[in-house]
Design a binder for this molecule. Structure first.
Ligand code: SAH
Length: 221
């Protein structure tokens, strides 16, 4: 391991203890997955020294890589098992998809900004997560080819839970999404039971807007 890698490993271990465990993230699988994924490989070159800071970071095109704590909270709510097929909407940097790949059997992630999607796939390949499939498209429509999914996570703010995502969720499956206004949302957990969807509102959060047919209409950039 190079001196730089050692330093990042130390920063990552500190992030897990101080930003996650100390703030009541108790899911050992999530903690262990986030203790493995090299977050510095998913941020722009000049922001590598800031990769483990307690905040979201800009990744270009007006988009961000989410704060580690927010990733952990949402993944804890998602309750991913290793037999699961997971759909993520909003690849961004690809970081959360890499964490999902540590937790699930199969991960598909949709990204609407083409250059971000290509870059995310490159970063995933380089970091050893080439099995994650990045699809370019409007994720508010889901990705029907690989449906149904055991778990779906939306990484951008929705005006409401997109209908096609609920349709593509397996019976008994679970979906986590930030739902609300364009500037502030609440994390919502949905569990599908036949034709019914059981919805629980949880903590407040702030995500970039989900743009698309079942999202917000206008691009923010
Ligand atoms: N999970 C990411 C952060 C997501 S930021 C990470 O780990 O880095 C939200 C992303 O959602 C942005 O990249 C944005 O371009 C994307 N997005 C917005 N609307 C979308 C849509 N309809 N379908 C797919 N991606 C969308």
């Amino acid at each position: 391991m190079s001196a730089e890698e050692k330093s990042f490993a130390l920063q990552r271990a500190r992030m897990v203890e101080q930003q996650l465990r100390a703030r009541s993230i108790g899911d050992e699988r999530v903690l262990s997955a986030m203790g493995k994924v090299p977050r510095q490989e998913f941020v722009p070159e000049d922001l590598r020294p800031a990769a483990y800071e307690d905040r979201a970071l800009p990744i270009g095109y007006g988009q961000t890589i989410s704060q580690p704590y927010m990733v952990a909270v949402m993944l804890e709510m998602l309750d991913v098992h290793d037999s699961h097929k997971v759909l993520e909407v909003g690849a961004g940097s690809g970081y959360q998809a890499a964490v999902l790949a540590e937790l699930a059997r199969e991960v598909v992630v949709v990204e609407i900004v083409e250059p971000l999607a290509h870059h995310a796939q490159l970063s995933l390949d380089r970091a050893g997560y080439g099995r994650v499939k990045v699809v370019v498209g409007d994720g508010t429509l889901g990705h029907a080819e690989a449906a149904p999914y055991d778990r779906i996570i939306v990484a951008a703010a929705c005006p409401e839970v997109p209908g096609p995502l609920v349709e593509q969720l397996r019976d008994g499956g679970r979906l986590v999404a930030p739902v609300g206004r364009r500037d502030v949302q609440q994390c919502v957990v949905c569990v599908k039971r036949g034709d019914e969807v059981e919805m629980t509102k949880t903590i407040g959060c702030v995500f970039v807007p989900l743009i698309g047919e079942h999202g917000w209409k206008r691009r923010a950039w």
